[in-house]
Design a protein around this ligand. Structure first.
Ligand SMILES: N#Cc1c(-c2ccc3ccn(Cc4ccncc4)c3c2)n[nH]c1N
Length: 232
């Protein structure tokens, strides 16, 4: 998979060279390139923003640098999926991550200020599939943090990135429920004991206990994930 990131703060993404995603890049599974949007400006001050038409507070990102940048990075493939993090976007979920992990080429456009000139999204649709995606119902200062989160959630689903694919199956949200609690040695720690069933060696009982834990936790913490008859 190819991923291109456009941002005025490219060093935000230095962390992606660490851990699993760093190894995925070294092994060639992931081709991640981060670009400074200002490289596509032409004035001395490398200007990327201007005042909004119609008035209002703050600044809006100019369309010209975006158009030039998207032209260049989109040319690396037939039709990339172009993702713009946005508070006005569809909410990112595990299903979104799974969908996007099957794509050949992702381009992330990280806005700042009050956002990007709307015509950029319209133009980008001529280059590839455009998705405005929100990390959740809270306000960030730009798209970088959301892009980091999405790249991590997507990247770990690419075959070969996570050593044991089995570990992806029993995670929160993979089967629509929250994950069961995990324990390791010692079996007694500061008077807190590991649930007996996990020490029993009875795999059927352990599986049943874990499923019940998933349902109970989801009912308590995330009833919205359950069908109406399951949340009682
Ligand atoms: N994904 C995502 C997001 C963002 C987000 C994403 C991109 C940009 C670019 C600029 N801003 C600042 C801003 C602009 C307009 N309204 C409010 C804040 C952004 C916020 N906020 N909250 C999320 N869940």
């Amino acid at each position: 998979m190819r991923i291109d990131v456009l941002s005025i703060f490219p060093s935000y993404f230095d962390g992606l060279t660490l851990s699993l995603l760093g190894k995925a890049q070294s092994s060639g599974i992931l081709d991640l390139r981060v670009h400074d949007l200002r490289d596509w400006t032409s004035d001395r001050h490398r200007t990327v923003d201007d005042t909004p038409y119609g008035g209002g507070a703050g600044m809006v990102m100019k369309p010209e640098p975006w158009g030039l940048a998207l032209d260049e990075v989109s040319a690396r493939s037939e039709r990339p999926t172009i993702i713009f993090p946005s508070p006005a976007g569809e909410v990112f979920t595990q299903a979104t991550a799974r969908d996007l992990s099957s794509r050949e080429h992702l381009v992330f456009g990280c806005g700042r200020y009050e956002g990007i000139d709307e015509r950029v999204f319209d133009y980008a649709a001529s280059l590839g599939e455009v998705r405005l995606i929100s990390l959740g119902d809270y306000v960030l200062n730009g798209g970088e943090v959301a892009t980091m989160a999405m790249i991590e959630a997507i990247g770990r689903l690419i075959p070969g990135v996570v050593g044991n694919p089995e570990s992806l199956v029993e995670e929160s949200h993979e089967d629509g429920l929250l994950e069961y609690p995990s324990y390791t040695k010692p079996s007694l720690w500061r008077e807190h004991a590991v649930p007996e069933v996990l020490l029993s060696g009875n795999h059927a009982a352990i599986a049943a206990w874990r499923r019940e834990q998933q349902l109970e936790r989801t009912r308590r913490r995330r009833p919205d994930l359950l069908a109406p008859d399951e949340s009682a």
